[in-house]
Design a binder for this molecule. Sequence first.
Ligand code: ATP
Length: 457
Amino acid sequence: MTKNGTSPDSQLMEKIVSLSKRRGFVFQSSEIYGGLNGAWDYGPMGTELLKNIKEAWWKEMTYRSDIEGIDAAILMHPRVWEASGHVENFTDPMVDCRECKARFRADQIEDSMCGNSGYKGRKASKCMAEGKFTEARKFNLMFKTFIGPVEESTNAVFLRPETAQGIFVNFLNVQSASRQKIPFGIAQIGKAFRNEINTKNFLFRTREFEQMEMQFFVKPGTDEKWFEYWREQRMQWFIGLGMQKEKLNWHRHETDKLAHYAKDAYDIEYEFPFGWGEIEGIHNRTDYDLSRHEQFSGKSLKYFDEATKEKYTPYIIETSAGASRSFMAFLVNAYSEEEAPTADGKTEIRTVLKFHPKLAPMKAAVFPLVNRDGMPEIARRIEQDLRPHIRVFYDDSGAVGRRYRRQDEIGTPFCVTIDSQTLADKTVTVRYRDSMAQERIADDRLLSYLMDKINGK
Ligand code: ATP
């Protein structure tokens, strides 16, 4: 703890939230009205980072021959959520404090603080021990809305709390349209909504978020093999995009805590400044989903294997990642403060976001060393050459050292400087964000050079 009572980790979180706002990664939703709890807006840099994460995932999944993509509607037939078990089971236990009226998830009291501002630093568990809380009651996390002008229960629909159901109900549509054979998968990225009792920890638990889900349909009996295969693939995906191995962890759901549909379940956890938290779940869902939708819709969702003439209900291996939570994990993972030399031989602390070049929102910055001697004209031409291919930022204001720092803070991996040597031999300086090393490259090779680096060649 520091003098003002905040831990180094909560300070780190504050720094990341503040940088996110200052440099246009994430803003509070409806900020000028005081904000809306559990909702965030992605700014120019954040939108680009989120898009790059989703694109990396989408390519990883759907550029394979055995996975197809879909984009299902957020609103679905209400029976979907009865079949899926969400109407009955998608609840959290909720308690209220009779004194301060704060509301808590009964299973998260240990991590919560008392809601009364008069009792600063008091733990909610103390209030519970003093008998201030109501009995726990079930609270369904699905957001309800109404189709048409009349707010009647017969017109009620839900905003989807997960993207998975849109995949399950389209299983046979996709299979026949794309002529896939089992085993094969269906991938989807999209918004999901959960009326979480307590939102907290920035983007970690929000009421509106994005998921990246891939459901892999397999023959029963081969499910355990595929489950292991997808566990390995998913962990490697995060590592391949620069996540530090020691910050990643497997959490296996204990048998007595498995969801009603699951045969086996693991979470990939990331060590956030506030502790370990799930970023993706890999579940063996058995034939639960397709059987339930068969039962509730009265339509067969069985697969017919032409080769063996067998008919069966496939098992499903689910990989379910949060795009927004992964965004936060990639952001935390990239954040670093380190000593760096200044132009006058001193040292300063630089803040740098060490994103994998594929994820970096801005790929390169172009600087003329000085605003004369034809350097700006060459720099502008180089900027124009790069612009159709990658996101570039042109900056001609202030000392080059300052310009580097500004790019470090948003994680731009390459800074290209046009200097007097460029005028003589048509080479430019490329400066690397992480090592701060510089290299001279012929300006006509620059684009292919940067593209190779971004693509990890
Ligand atoms: P938690 O236990 O943290 O509530 P969960 O087990 O309910 O998560 P899943 O239903 O498995 O989560 O959802 C899959 C993924 O969706 C999670 O790994 C997470 O990345 C993301 N996710 C779920 N709920 C939220 C939320 N409220 N805010 C942001 N992301 C979420």
